[in-house]
Structures are given as C-alpha cells and as structure tokens.
Design a protein around this ligand. Structure first.
Ligand code: PHB
Length: 393
C-alpha cells in the first residue's frame, strides 16, 4: 500500500477528523514497528538463539507489545549460526521484503560483522545482542551493543589472577576473533602485572577437540589454565579438565564466564565447583530485578535457566522501547541511534549504560566462583569492577 492509498484508507476509514497535516503521521503511527531478529535457532549455537528468543518473549510479556503508541512486531529468522553470508542475506531480505525498522540479534561475531555494512547503507539501527568482539561497534555507526566484549570480561580476570598468587598461565581460546581478543587482553594485562604466559593454545572453532590442548596445558604445569570458548562449548572443556586431572595436579581453571554458561551449568554440575570466572551476568545475581527475571524466564520456558545471552536480548528490547519513547514512535534510524546513546538503566545484570562515544555497553564485570546451591551448580559473584568500559585490544 503506498502512502496515498494509505491516506485514502484513513480518510474513508474514520480518520477524516484529523487535520490534513496530521494524516501522514497518523498513517505512519498505524504501522507496526518491525524488528528483524536474526538468531542461530539451529546448529551448534542454537542455545544462543533459544535463550534470546525466550528473553524477547519474557520482555513482551512484562512490557507489552505496544510502545509510544506503536505496535511492535518481531520477525524471527534462523541463520544457523555458521555462515556469515546467510545472516547478511536474511538481513537484506528483512529490509527489502519485510520493510523492517530495526535489525537485532547476531549470535556470533562473524555474523554481526557481515551484516554491519548493510546497516550503514540502509541506515537501520542494528542491535547486537550477543556477539562480543571489541571491534564490532566500529563497523557501523548504526550498531549499538547490549551484550559485552571479550576484552571487557577478560581484563578483570587477569587482574584477579595477579592478586591471587597465580604467577604462570596457559591460555586456551577458540580460534576466531573473540578468542583472539580474549587471548590478547589476558596476555597484555597479565604480563604487564608481572605474570608469565607459558603458552597460548587455540582450538578450532568448527570441530573443537579440546583433549590435546588440555593435555598440553597439564604438561606445561602452569598455576592456572585460562579459557575462553563460546557459549555451548563449555561442557566439553570441563569434561577434559576433569578427566585429565588438572585440578588434582594443582592447576586451577579460570576464564571468562562463557565456559560456565548458566545454560550449561546443570550439565556441568560439580566440576564447576571452585572454578573462578569473570562475567557480566550470573543467573544467581542477587538483585530483586534478576530474581523476578529468572522466575519469569524459567516459567515461560519450562525450567530453562537464563544465561548471559538472554540478558543481551532482554536489554536490547528495553533499549529499543526506551529509544522509541524518546523519539515518540519515530523509527528514523539516525534518531533512534541518537536516542540510544547515553541511555542508562537498571538491568537484571546490574546498572548498565550505552557509551555515547562508542555505542557499546558499559557494565559491571563480576568475579564469580562455581558453587553448589541446593544441589545445583551456580556462579556466585563475590567481587566486581564497576561500570567497566570495553578496554579494546
Ligand atoms: C562471539 O562470536 O562473539 C561470541 C559468541 C559466544 C560467546 C562469546 C562471543 O560466548
């Protein structure tokens, strides 16, 4: 329907009471705001898609599907998580055929990077809810991130290790950009503080077999093994750490919270006890906002525990709603991104804000210990770095 047809429909459909100048606005506001949500709903990273999709449902249940007088419509697309070209193609179709106003989702870094130029060309806000490589926000002025960055979550872990008698470390990361961000940040912070890196091990992202790497780490006898793997792969790492007896050999396991992803904690169980990780979210975060969120999430999903990706999705929706309130329902991409810059709110993870200079999220990074609570494994926060910006690499 073109605008003239729409005007006619409105005029004949009972909207004739509007002054002529008001008509375009009225017809504009009658359309839903369309959010194209692209997630890995299948494949090896399907847990990320499931977590974010569920979080969006929890959000809509709490805040409703109308904001600033406009109905919100979510169009979910499964990109399978592995092929950046597919993500980009889905984004293109959403823009051209579905006429979406906002792009959102992006489960892994390569998928976000491939789509960034499209956001710029079409001036569509692109809300990165999951991917964590530092450089992503620099790839388009229309990107705003509600997830985290690997340098942001890694630096506090290196600092904690230095303060806790860990003098030698072997790092093990997935061999792609977030892993390389994490490795570089850990190496830099840890060696600048006087620590020694014995080796940097990188596991293939597509077919990760962690056994030879964990064995190599054991043979090198470091004080600790530092690990980053993307969510979904933690169980395999933890199995190797246990089976190869690193804990018994006195080698501690430390890492970013991705390895002890809340989604996997029920499968990891007791192996998580004593593992120290740094991260921006734990399902055990002791705030009233988070308790309500976990309860609502578990209810809507028949008992699934929310993880950090879910929170990126939940806050992404919050950011979109608040920006739409500020623009009074105007979906112009530049206006929405402007409205998002500097936004501050109390997330279920703690206080957060969007850095107006970088469009990246500023948040607390918590140091947590794996513990059993009423028979279930949780990450219990015991220290934090407040309002921590991405330090870059
Ligand atoms: C990413 O690809 O950016 C990514 C995915 C999963 C994680 C962390 C980073 O847990």
């Amino acid at each position: 329907m073109n605008i003239n047809n729409k005007r006619r429909t409105l005029l004949t459909g009972g909207a004739a009471a509007f002054a002529v100048g008001m008509i375009p606005k009225a017809s504009f506001a009658a359309d839903p705001v369309k959010i194209g949500l692209i997630l890995p709903m299948s494949g090896p990273f399907a847990s990320t898609g499931k977590q974010i999709d569920t979080a969006v449902k929890v959000f809509l249940q709490k805040y409703g599907d109308t904001v600033a007088g406009r109905k919100i419509e979510i169009i979910l697309k499964d990109d399978g998580g592995l092929q950046p070209e597919i993500t980009k193609q889905l984004a293109q179709e959403l823009i051209v055929k579905e006429n979406i106003d906002i792009l959102a989702g992006f489960g892994l870094t390569p998928l976000a990077l491939s789509t960034a130029p499209l956001a710029t060309q079409t001036k569509k806000p692109m809300i990165v809810m999951a991917a964590g490589t530092s450089i992503i926000v620099q790839r388009s002025p229309f990107i705003v991130r509600t997830s985290f960055t690997l340098p942001q979550n890694t630096a506090p872990m290196a600092d904690w290790a230095l303060k806790n008698k860990i003098k030698t470390v072997v790092t093990l990361v997935s061999d792609y950009s977030p892993g390389l961000d994490s490795e570089k940040t850990f190496n830099k912070r840890f060696t600048e503080g006087g620590g020694k890196i014995l080796d940097n091990l990188r596991a293939s992202m597509r077919s990760p077999d962690f056994a030879p790497f964990v064995q190599k780490a054991k043979d090198l006898k470091p004080d600790a093994l530092f690990v980053f793997v993307p969510s979904g792969e933690g169980v395999a790492v933890m199995k190797q750490y246990e089976e190869r007896g690193l804990a018994k050999a006195g080698i501690r396991l430390i890492g970013t919270g991705d390895v002890l992803d809340d989604d996997l904690m029920p499968s990891i169980g007791k192996a998580a006890v004593g593992v120290i990780t740094s991260h921006h979210y734990s399902a055990a975060h002791p705030s009233p906002e988070n308790k309500a969120y976990v309860a609502a999430f578990e209810k809507i999903s028949n008992g699934m525990r929310p993880n950090f990706h879910s929170v990126g999705g939940y806050d992404g929706m919050y950011l979109i709603y608040e920006a739409l309130k500020k623009t009074k329902g105007d979906t112009d991409g530049e206006k929405l991104v402007e409205a998002m810059k500097g936004m501050k709110w109390m997330s279920v993870r703690g206080p957060v804000s969007i850095d107006p200079a970088t469009r990246d999220i500023i948040q607390n990074v918590y140091i947590r210990r794996g513990e059993m609570v009423n028979g279930a494994a949780y990450n219990i926060e015991f220290d934090k770095v407040e309002n921590f910006k991405d330090p870059g690499t």
